[in-house]
Design a protein around this ligand. Structure first.
Ligand SMILES: [Zn+2]
Length: 441
């Protein structure tokens, strides 16, 4: 533990909740305070983590959809040495205490200087104030109330209790939000008794009021929106920097709208542009011509697929006739046995059924061994009356495998090294079935 500090310089701190300095100044980046309490716990990887409570803090704990701040605490020792401790996470408990997660312990009473990661915080303030504005525009323009908010790593979302939104109304909401950003309206905060907030809500001057008792903190976007909130906000709408609506999807309770503000909007537009540029280069066309170009490609692709199917069929018919013709009839049976490693399974199956009907007295055992296990097909012409499904099922069962099919076409899979043996076993079974039939006649 770090203990170069005179203990308890400001009385019994454990009785007090942390004073949240960001309530009165969300632009405060540094502060001095004292450790009032410390808790030790084990992290998910077995490492020790300490949680510190301070008498005052400007670190924002995760709440109201806004993530926590990160930063650093510097312990100020009397002997001139300093200890810097990173703040990796900040959470509040049910009693309202703010806990700073740190990888090194500091004893209660230690004086610290806190510094928050300003880039992270300002980004959160932009997204969060942008959310107030976007929710306000949805409420005023479409009477769609916001029921939840999530500020994510890359984008944020609000859920609206609303019917699906049209493109036109989304674009209008986005444009109005950006006009208000351009107007650079003041964003102010005022604490008031709950009774006053309730009166404002009843008069339609307050968009939303949470259940909590006591003092209510109201965020006011000048002449546009008032909403109760405990988060951190920019000073004027201009500082939101711009707002871009991204995707919209239906969720169980309504509609989820994804949006980005400030530099996130610039990054999102830049990433979109990179995709457009790459795709345009691939298709040798301008970005505005991409949709018709892709549509043309899809149409061509479908026509090509249809043509390919037709040609495959014609090829199978021709190849089947040739295969049947090449094979002599012995004992009343033309048995065609072949294996292909350069044809796909669908084609070999088509070829098997076409060869079986290309000429009478024909049976085929075809294998597609383009992959292991190989696929084996057994088929016969309609004038023969043995059962392909039964023959293949029994041949596979003898080596512990499964497969089968109808009397005139059957298929199964066999490990590549067993393919030759299986073909021989099925050939024998077919010849035996033919001999049986001959005897009975
Ligand atoms: Zn807020």
């Amino acid at each position: 533990m770090y203990a170069g500090i005179s203990a308890d310089p400001i009385g019994d701190l454990s009785l007090h909740m942390s004073e949240r300095l960001y309530y009165s100044d969300s632009f405060l980046r540094t502060f001095t305070g004292a450790v009032t309490d410390i808790r030790e716990l084990t992290g998910s990887n077995g490492e020790l983590i300490w949680q510190l409570a301070l008498d005052r803090t400007t670190f924002y704990p995760t709440s109201g959809g806004q993530p926590f701040d990160t930063g650093q605490l510097s312990a100020l020792s009397l002997d001139g040495t300093a200890l810097n401790v990173p703040v990796e996470q900040v959470e509040e408990d049910e009693q309202g205490e703010v806990w700073h997660f740190v990888p090194k312990p500091l004893v209660a009473g230690t004086l610290v200087e806190g510094l928050i990661d300003w880039e992270r915080r300002f980004d959160h303030m932009q997204q969060h104030t942008g959310q107030h504005l976007l929710s306000a525009v949805f409420w005023r323009e479409l009477q769609a109330p916001t029921i939840s908010f999530h500020l994510g790593e890359n984008t944020s979302t609000i859920d609206l209790a609303s019917e699906p939104l049209t493109h036109q109304s989304l674009e209008r909401v986005e444009r109005i939000a950006n006009e208000i950003i351009g107007e650079d309206r003041h964003v102010t905060t005022r604490d008031m008794p709950r009774s006053e907030a309730e009166a404002m809500l009843a008069a339609g001057q307050l968009r939303k009021l949470p259940d909590r008792q006591g003092t209510i903190r109201v965020i006011d976007i000048a002449d546009y929106d008032k909403n109760a909130c405990g988060g951190t906000h920019v000073r004027s709408t201009g500082q939101i920097g711009g707002l871009q609506v991204r995707t919209v999807e239906r969720v169980s309770r309504g509609v989820r709208v994804e949006f980005v503000c400030g530099l996130r909007a610039v990054r999102a537009a830049r990433a979109d542009f990179a995709i457009l540029r790459e795709t345009s280069a691939l298709l040798s066309t301008g970005a505005t011509e991409l949709a018709p170009a892709v549509r043309r490609l899809l149409t061509e692709g479908k026509a090509n697929a249809r043509e390919r199917q037709k040609l495959r069929y014609e090829l199978a018919v021709l190849q089947a006739a040739k295969l049947a013709m090449e094979e002599p009839i012995e004992n009343g049976l033309r048995l065609v046995v072949r294996s292909w490693s350069d044809r796909d399974r669908d084609y070999v199956k088509l070829l098997a059924s076409r060869t079986a009907i290309a000429a009478p007295q024909t049976a085929v055992i075809f294998c597609a061994n383009d992959a292991d296990p190989a696929r084996v097909f057994v088929a016969r012409s309609s004038d023969l009356d043995f059962n392909c499904g039964q023959i293949l099922r029994e041949a596979l069962a003898r080596v512990g495998l499964r497969g089968g099919g109808s009397p005139d076409l059957a298929q199964g899979e066999v490990p590549a090294e067993q393919e030759v043996a299986l073909r021989a076993s099925v050939s024998e079974a077919i010849c035996r079935a033919m001999a049986e039939a001959h005897k009975q006649q």
